[in-house]
Design a protein around this ligand. Sequence first.
Ligand code: T6T
Length: 324
Amino acid sequence: FLKATAVATLATGVSAVAGSVKAQDKKFTIALIPGLTTDAFYITMRKGAEAAAKAVGAELVFQGAPDFNPVTQVPVLDAIIAKKPDAILIAPTDKDQLIQPLKKAADAGIPVITVDTFIGTGVYQTGKGDADFPLSYIASDNLLGGAIAARALAKAIGEKGKVYVSNVKPGISTTDQREQGFKDEMKKYPNISVLETQYNDDDANKAASQLQAVYARNSDLDGVFGANLFSALGAANGVQQAGQTGKIRVVAFDAPTTIVDNINSGLVDLAIAQHPAEIGYFGVMAAFAHLTGNSIPTSIGTGFTVIDKSNVTDKNVAKFIYSD
Ligand code: T6T
């Protein structure tokens, strides 16, 4: 009897090995749909995704829209679904408007993983609601990022004064959470008032004009939190154009090379760099794990690196500056 069991176990082991060899022989196609294509954050994410695809012998297809907008992202998604990739990684440009379009992918049997942003509540695989079908959510902790920004800005302005948030538009999970995290943390500073948020539609020029308009209405403006790359760059440009460098303090989310220049010149106090390459790398690895029959976590959190004048030249910090 014992002998028979041992033989059976051995036989199972052999077939499992044969099965996994077979799975890796197939070249998987994994699609990555960014929020938009011309954004250093997603360009850097693509690099990480490509590194992972190379490591596992998968093909990465990177396709997106030129602006951060569900109206332009959904047709790209539809075109990708029609090509039937083995998995889709996507940064949904709206929490609600991408639910039904992504459901079509899931219904077609294509596994969906969201990167950077989420749909619904971002809590997946619960069996509850209409937006829990993605397998995993891989991203920064954006509530925490907003809180870090608030503490930094509060410190820069001596814990008193007037500030506002320069943001993209409501409905985007990441930037909504950054604003919420920022405002919640600012409640701890009774001498700081947070003015009304200015929405720029991911347009840095608009963010720059808004800075000047807010300053025109509030000559005692002390600071601004730019909640993403274009909001921050625009707000910083607005401060410079208003001749208020160093007087209106700027805390930036994201770390393109231009923000680093602005840190060096004193226009921006600090930048909270996300780790987009990590998001892309783990996105592809999660897809590959799932496609080869392994379970994956429903969420994977990636880190931040806070960059300011004191550490911007440190190579362990500088490596988190985004690729152009
Ligand atoms: O901040 C990133 C990303 O995390 C956000 O979802 C949208 O804006 C960026 O791509 C920066 O432009």
